[in-house]
Design a protein around this ligand. Structure first.
Ligand SMILES: Nc1ncnc2c1ncn2[C@@H]1O[C@H](COP(=O)(O)OP(=O)(O)O)[C@@H](O)[C@H]1O
Ligand SMILES: [Mg+2]
Length: 405
């Protein structure tokens, strides 16, 4: 986002509590404070404005903080998520209640407190599997699938670790293809340039955790399904008050019930989706349009039209816990034409902890290919070649091997 703003000829002020933040290297001005301290951000901005700096708007990417953007943009009269939208999209229970009220398809859900309330809800809906999650988190933190009643207590304890609230959300688990969408809105006009199939079948051995292992663009779905999903996410986002801004949707396509909404966030994705997968596949860079929206400029709707349709995939490394003393073959993989990016998250010498959520994944790579079949061959090759030395033993980062080491 910072690089895109620079390319657009805009200056950028970056706020980050981390003094070594990567963004600090690319921005015009770096302010080393925690952006969740909105009063401090506002007073810093006021100082700059009173010194004559022409500041036009605020945005972010990846961080699920619409409430912070809302407060700051409201204060200065910039375009940002409304208080209404940010309240709804940062509490999964409020969000589900609102979507249900609007008649949008969502899984059966209930506010739950303890073992008995989970059992009561499960008995009332009679589905195979249940999902339990905290309402105020992201990145799969605290989310678990429950297949049997004996798993309920542990799932409650796990979810509670991630929330300060005294309740959790239980949902019917909806089987089907999971989709990520990303839509942009300007004065009520919208487009959904982001559309990816998400991959969960390689992470089955993480049960009861539910961890995504990347995805594919373009989607394998047919035009009608894609259109239905886009219509659904666009109308639901508008219903949540998103008029000028971004919405990121988690959708599941149930074989009988059609598309259902798991979640809507009022922000741009992190994790390569808007940054790499969509622009490299379709030629559409909607990060640029997202920046234009927050500084009050007209969106170029024409640029939302795909100019290409390449197959792109991102996958993650799942490094088992222990001391990481070496990594091999990264340079070899970097040289491959099909490899767009490869990045390891852990430093040599660090202690890798067991995976609990998306943020614990050990690294990522992105490949392009002429087809999914060829893409899968490249992915298999990379998982085979890249090795991690954990507690003195060489292991792969393939999620299918995670429990076998
Ligand atoms: N009701 C559900 N049915 C099927 N899968 C679900 C359901 N709820 C959550 N999931 C899965 O768990 C993941 C994380 O849940 P989500 O509510 O999106 O929380 P987060 O904010 O952590 O992304 C989703 O992306 C989806 O794969
Ligand atoms: Mg989600």
């Amino acid at each position: 986002m910072i690089k895109t703003a620079n390319e657009m000829g805009l200056g950028t002020i970056v706020f980050d509590a981390n003094s070594k933040s990567i963004g600090s290297k690319f921005c015009s001005l770096f302010i080393n404070i925690d952006f969740s301290n909105t009063n401090k951000v506002i007073s810093e901005l006021e100082k700059l404005i009173s010194n004559g700096m022409n500041i036009k708007g605020i945005s972010t990417m990846g961080s699920d903080v619409p409430h912070i953007l809302s407060e700051i943009s409201n204060y200065f009269g910039w375009i940002g998520p409304s208080k209404y939208t940010s309240t709804l999209t940062t509490n999964k229970l409020m969000l589900k209640n609102k979507l249900l009220e609007g008649g949008f398809p969502v899984p059966h859900f209930s506010k739950v407190y303890d073992y008995n309330s989970v059992v009561k809800f499960w008995d009332s809906i009679k589905c195979d599997n249940l999902i339990l999650k905290p309402v105020d988190q992201s990145g799969s933190r605290g989310v678990k699938v429950i297949k049997e009643k004996s798993e309920i207590k542990e799932a409650i304890n796990h979810a509670r670790k991630f929330t300060k609230l005294d309740y959790l959300l239980a949902e019917e688990f909806i089987p089907g293809l999971q989709i990520s969408t990303e839509s942009i809105f300007s004065n009520g006009i919208c487009s959904t340039p982001g559309f990816a199939d998400r991959l969960y079948n390689t992470t089955k051995n993480f049960h009861p955790l539910i961890i995504e292992n990347g995805g594919w663009v373009p989607s394998i779905l047919n035009e009608n399904d894609i259109k239905d999903i886009k219509n659904l996410i666009e109308s639901a986002s508008k219903f949540l008050g998103i008029n000028s801004g971004i919405s990121k949707g988690d959708i599941v396509l149930h074989s009988n019930k059609g598309p259902m909404i798991i979640e809507i966030a009022a922000r741009l994705s992190g994790g390569d989706f808007s940054e790499s997968l969509v622009p490299l596949s379709s030629g559409v860079n909607y990060v640029k349009e997202a920046i234009k929206i927050c500084i009050g400029k007209e969106v170029d709707w024409f640029s939302m039209k795909p100019t290409s349709n390449f197959v792109l995939a991102n996958r993650y490394f799942f490094i088992p816990p222990g001391k990481l003393s070496n990594v091999k073959n990264i340079e070899l993989i970097e040289k491959m034409d099909e490899v767009v990016k490869i990045k390891i998250s852990h430093k040599i010498g660090s202690n890798v902890k067991p995976i609990e959520s998306h943020s614990d994944r050990g690294g990522v790579f992105i490949v392009n290919a002429e087809s999914r079949k060829l893409g899968n061959e490249v992915i298999r090759f990379i998982y085979e070649k890249v090795k991690f030395k954990i507690n003195g033993r060489w292991v792969t980062g393939n999620p299918l091997h995670y429990n076998l080491v």
